[in-house]
Ligand binder design. Structure first.
Ligand SMILES: O=P(O)(O)OC[C@H]1O[C@](O)(COP(=O)(O)O)[C@@H](O)[C@@H]1O
Length: 267
């Protein structure tokens, strides 16, 4: 972990990572609630919203779209990822090297590690190559730390999330992306375990705007530096409106209800 390595993908120490690797990880089903979002152009446009500090995509989308957005969007290139068609123990193919990510203009690289999976050892070794490659090119390292597999029955329990946060620190991530463990207190513990590494809360699908923003606000109060969010933004009818509200909650630490009211009145 290097001092301020994540500066290129944050603003005033806070970050909103717009995640859009779902076409690979989950498939077209994730675009059904808002069919326009199957078009990557729609999401690259969305990533120019002021609230967004980086856009996480796989190599293919970066190659096809990033050249038109490199002045407006910070690129977080996801180096591994696997489709939902895969039915084995959690694992993730390495689809891109850190070197090629740098060539594509990435500001940061992203890498999933499934601690607890039968494939943990191989994934940690692959992460080593990605992390050291990123250091050579001054790119920040974001770990999607999702313990799961084998005997892990509850991958969102507070102790498992805290362990996931710690894995990020131990293995050299600058930012660790963890699922929300259900309370501000549990998030605070995860933040403590991550030490100097930033912790961002990972999304899911919550239809209730205020409840979603309340979780984000709790995470920020607990010391998280932001959020990595996909479906909770692009599956909404008005993704820009929830980004307006997220901007207020994350960067101005506004109350969720007030942030929503302001976002409504801006329409
Ligand atoms: O492995 P899971 O839990 O299905 O989720 C993986 C997805 O979740 C994310 O980490 C966050 O996306 P969401 O905000 O839509 O949950 C994506 O980057 C990734 O595609």
């Amino acid at each position: 972990m290097l001092p301020h390595a994540a500066d290129d993908i944050s603003r005033d120490g806070k970050s909103l990572i717009l995640a859009y690797d779902h076409g690979l990880e989950h498939g077209p089903v994730d675009f059904e609630p808002n069919p326009d979002t199957a078009d990557p152009e729609r999401i690259f446009e969305l990533a120019t919203h002021e609230a967004v500090t980086s856009l996480a995509v796989q190599k293919g989308l970066a190659e096809a779209y990033y050249p038109d957005y490199e002045d407006e969007v910070n690129l977080l290139l996801k180096l591994n990822g696997t489709s939902n068609l895969w039915r084995g123990e959690p694992n993730s193919a390495v689809n891109c090297t850190a070197e090629y990510a740098a060539e594509l203009g990435a500001d940061a690289v992203g890498f999933t590690v499934y601690g607890g999976s039968n494939h943990e050892v191989a994934m940690a070794e692959e992460f080593r190559d990605a992390q050291e490659g990123a250091r050579e090119h001054d790119m920040a390292v974001v770990m999607w730390s999702y313990p799961r597999g084998q005997g892990l029955r509850n991958d969102a329990s507070p102790d498992v999330i805290s362990y996931g946060a710690r894995l990020g620190l131990e293995l050299g991530a600058d930012v660790v992306k963890v699922k929300y463990p259900g309370s501000a207190e549990a998030m605070g513990d995860a933040v403590e375990m991550a030490g100097p590494a930033d912790v961002v809360m990972s999304g899911g699908t919550m239809r209730d705007d205020e409840a979603f923003l309340r979780n984000v606000s709790n995470a920020i109060d607990a010391g998280a530096t932001g959020i990595a969010v996909g479906r909770n933004v692009f599956q909404r009818d008005e993704p820009e409106r929830i980004l307006d509200a997220l901007e207020a909650v994350i960067f101005q630490e506004s109350d969720p209800a007030e942030a929503l009211a302001v976002a409504e009145s801006d329409d």
